[in-house]
Design a protein around this ligand. Structure first.
Ligand code: AMP
Length: 619
C-alpha cells in the first residue's frame, strides 16, 4: 500500500497532510501556502483554475467562479439552505437530473462532486509534487453533521479526482486525533470538546479519550454558520454606510461586491491581532458625479458588535451536544479550537466563558483537521499503531412503518461501525411484498425525515397479517456508509441496498467524468501554465505602468516615449498571447522595469550628491 494523504476539504480552504517517517507534515502548495482556497474558476477559454489563481480572478469573473461548493454537495435543489445559497452566490445553481443542486458555469451543468473533484485533484497534485511520487489513497474529512448523501457525494468527488478514498472522517474527530497523539491530552481519561468554526460550517463534538482510545460521545453543529457570515456582516455594514452617504447599493454590483468581500475578510483577519484597520476601496463606483471611494476605519469593538449574534448562535449546538453526551459544562476537561475563525479573540473568549475554562490554542486551527486525517491514514496503513478511533453516526436511521411512522433502528450518536436487526411483519392479510423505505432524521413521521432509499422484499408466502417475520438489518461501516437488508425468516428470501445517496452520481457518471478528466489532463496543465503566466504579466504590466507614471519624467523624453509605446503594445497582446508570447511580453516588461529602476536610482543619487554638497557648503 502506498502513502495515504489526509485532505481537509474545507468550505473556504483545503489542506493536505501526510505522515513521513512517523512525522506529521502539512504539505505547502507551489506558492508556499499551507492551505489552498477551495475556489474553482472557469475561464472564457474553457480553462479550469483552482486555488489562489482562481480566487485572484474571481473579481473579474464572479459569475463563473465557484466557491463554497461544499455547501451544495449531496444537497437537494429545493432544500431551504440551497435556496439561500442561490440568492447569495454570484454563480448559477440549477436543478440537476435527480432533483439535486448542480452548478451551471458557462452553459455547462456540473455536479458539486465534479467541482469538488477539481479541488481534490489540486490537493493530490500538491502532495505529489512535494512527495515526488504518485498518490492514490486518501482520507477525506467532512463535517460531523454531513448526512449519508453528502458523505457519498464527497466520496464520489474523491473517485473522480482519481483517489481511492479509504475513509471519510468527521472533521472534529480528525482534529482530536491530531491533538491526541503524543500530546498532553493522552491522560488516562478525559473529555474534550472540539469547537470547530471554519469558513462555512460549525461543528461541536464531545469526545472521550481513554488511554489512546478515542470515542465520540456526541456531535452537533450548524451547516450554515461560518467565517463567511462574519464577512457578510462586515460587507452589509460597509454597504449600508455607503448607501446612506451616496444612495448607491454596492451589493447589486458583482465587481464591487467581490472587492468588498476580499476587503472585509482581510479586515476581519487583521482585527484578530490589531485593534483597528483602515478599509480602503478606491473607485468602488463611478456615477454621474464621478468616481466614489470607500475610506473608513473599522475597530475590533465594532466588528465584535456586528458579529456578536453569530458567536452566540454557535453556542446552541454546544448545549445540544452536551445534553446528548449527558454532560455538564464542568465535566469537559479541555476545549480544543479548530477552524480559522477561532483565531478571533472574541470567539475564544466567549467559548471559554461558556465552558467556564481556558480554551486550548496550542494547535494550529487551520491545519489540525488535515493532520488528523493524515494520522488516520497512518493508522489505516499501519504506520501508526498506538491509537484507535471510534466514530458515531450523526443522525438516526430507520424505516417507514405502517401509517407513515418513522421507526428508528440506529439512534444518532451510536458508535460506528455498528449493526442492528429488528423483526417486522406484514400489515394486511396475504401480503406477499414488503416495501422498505429507509430514512434518516430525528422526526417521528417518515415524511418529515430525509428519504435515503427504497426497495422491496418480494416472494413472501401468503399468510395472515402479523405472521410473517421480516428481519431488517442496518449496518454502518467505519465510513458511515449504510447497508440495509431485509430477510424473510420463513423462506430465507433476502433483499438489500447499499445506500447510494440521493444526489449522488451513479457509476456510469463517475467513470465518464474520470475519463473526461484524464483526457483533458495535459490540456488542463497547459491552460493553467498560460493562466499563471498571464497573471504574472498583468501584475508586471500594472507595476510598470505605475512606475512609468511616477518616474517616467526622470528619463530622456525619447526613451520615455519608447517605453510607453512598448508597454502600450504589450498591453493589447496579453489577453490572447500564447505561453511563448507571454514569455516575450514578460521580458519586454522586465526590460522596461529595469530601465525605470535605473533611472530612479540615478535620480536618487544625483539628489543625494546635491544634498551632500549643500551640507558641505553650509559647514
Ligand atoms: P477554515 O475553514 O478553517 O480554513 O477557516 C477559514 C475561515 O477562517 C475564513 O472565514 C477566514 O476568513 C477565517 N480566518 C482565517 N484567519 C483568521 C484570523 N486570523 N482571524 C479571524 N478569522 C480568520
Amino acid at each position: 500500500m502506498g502513502r495515504t494523504i489526509g485532505i481537509d476539504l474545507g468550505t473556504t480552504n483545503s489542506c493536505v497532510s501526510c505522515i513521513i517517517d512517523g512525522e506529521r507534515i502539512v504539505i505547502p502548495n507551489a506558492e508556499g501556502s499551507r492551505t489552498t482556497p477551495s475556489v474553482v474558476g472557469f475561464t472564457e477559454d474553457g480553462d479550469q483554475l483552482v486555488g489562489q489563481v482562481a480566487k485572484r480572478q474571481a473579481q473579474t469573473n464572479a459569475e463563473n467562479t465557484v466557491f463554497a461548493v461544499k455547501r451544495l454537495i449531496g444537497r437537494r435543489f429545493d432544500a431551504p439552505d440551497v435556496a439561500q445559497a442561490r440568492r447569495s452566490c454570484p454563480y448559477k445553481i440549477v436543478e440537476g437530473p435527480n432533483g439535486d443542486a448542480w452548478i451551471d458555469v458557462r452553459g455547462k451543468e456540473m455536479s458539486p462532486s465534479e467541482v469538488s473533484a477539481l479541488i481534490l485533484k489540486e490537493m493530490r497534485e500538491i502532495a505529489e509534487d512535494y512527495l515526488q511520487e504518485e498518490v492514490e489513497d486518501a482520507i477525506i474529512t467532512v463535517p460531523a453533521y454531513f448526512n449519508d448523501a453528502q458523505r457519498q457525494a464527497t466520496k464520489d468527488a474523491g473517485r473522480i479526482a482519481g483517489l481511492q478514498v479509504s475513509r471519510i472522517v468527521n472533521e472534529p474527530t480528525a482534529a482530536a486525533l491530531a491533538y491526541g497523539i503524543g500530546g498532553e491530552a493522552q491522560r488516562s481519561s478525559m473529555k474534550v470538546a472540539v469547537y470547530d468554526l471554519g469558513g462555512g460550517t460549525f461543528d461541536i463534538s464531545i469526545l472521550e479519550l481513554t488511554d489512546g482510545l478515542f470515542s465520540v460521545l456526541s456531535t452537533s453543529g450548524d451547516t450554515y454558520l461560518g467565517g463567511e457570515d462574519f464577512d457578510n456582516a462586515i460587507i452589509d455594514y460597509i454597504a449600508d454606510e455607503f448607501e446612506e452617504a451616496h444612495g448607491v447599493d454596492l451589493l447589486e454590483q458583482p465587481m464591487a461586491l467581490q472587492r468588498l468581500k476580499e476587503e472585509a475578510e482581510q479586515a476581519k483577519c487583521e482585527l484578530s491581532s490589531t485593534e483597528e484597520v483602515e478599509i480602503n476601496l478606491p473607485f468602488i463606483h463611478t456615477g454621474d458625479d464621478g468616481p466614489l471611494h470607500i475610506e473608513m476605519t473599522l475597530t475590533r469593538a465594532k466588528l465584535e458588535e456586528l458579529v456578536d449574534h453569530l458567536i452566540e448562535r454557535s453556542l446552541d449546538p454546544c448545549r445540544t451536544a452536551l445534553q446528548d453526551a449527558q454532560l455538564r459544562r464542568s465535566d469537559v476537561d479541555q476545549i480544543l479550537l479548530v477552524g480559522g475563525m477561532t483565531r478571533m479573540p472574541k470567539v475564544r473568549q466567549r467559548v471559554g466563558e461558556f465552558f467556564k475554562q481556558e480554551v486550548d490554542t496550542s494547535v494550529n486551527p487551520d491545519e489540525v483537521v488535515a493532520v488528523g486525517a493524515a494520522v488516520q491514514g497512518g493508522i489505516v496503513t499501519g504506520e501508526l499503531t498506538d491509537v484507535l478511533l471510534l466514530d458515531v453516526t450523526p443522525l438516526t436511521l430507520g424505516v417507514e412503518t405502517a401509517g407513515g411512522v418513522f421507526t428508528p433502528l440506529i439512534e444518532r450518536n451510536t458508535t460506528v461501525p455498528c449493526s442492528h436487526t429488528e423483526i417486522f411483519s406484514t400489515s394486511v392479510d396475504n401480503q406477499t411484498m414488503v416495501p422498505i423505505h429507509i430514512l434518516q432524521g430525528e422526526r417521528a413521521m417518515a415524511v418529515d425525515n430525509k428519504s435515503l432509499a427504497r426497495f422491496e422484499l418480494t416472494g413472501i408466502p401468503p399468510a395472515p397479517r402479523g405472521v410473517p417475520k421480516i428481519a431488517v438489518t442496518f449496518s454502518i461501516d467505519e465510513n458511515g456508509m449504510v447497508n440495509v437488508s431485509a430477510r424473510d425468516e420463513a423462506t430465507g428470501q433476502e433483499q438489500s441496498a447499499n445506500i447510494v445517496a440521493d444526489g449522488g452520481l451513479n457509476d456510469g457518471d463517475i467513470d465518464r467524468i474520470i475519463a473526461e478528466a484524464q483526457q483533458k489532463e495535459e490540456e488542463d496543465r497547459l491552460a493553467r501554465q498560460v493562466m499563471e503566466k498571464r497573471n504574472q504579466a498583468e501584475g508586471m504590466l500594472y507595476s510598470t505602468e505605475r512606475s512609468l507614471q511616477a518616474y517616467g519624467s526622470q528619463l530622456p523624453a525619447e526613451e520615455f516615449e519608447e517605453l510607453m509605446q512598448d508597454v502600450e503594445t504589450v498591453k493589447g497582446l496579453i489577453s490572447d498571447a500564447t505561453l511563448d508570447e507571454l514569455e516575450t511580453i514578460l521580458a519586454t516588461l522586465e526590460a522596461a522595469a529595469h530601465r525605470l529602476a535605473q533611472a530612479m536610482y540615478d535620480a536618487m543619487e544625483q539628489q543625494s550628491a546635491g544634498d551632500t554638497s549643500a551640507d558641505e557648503e553650509a559647514m
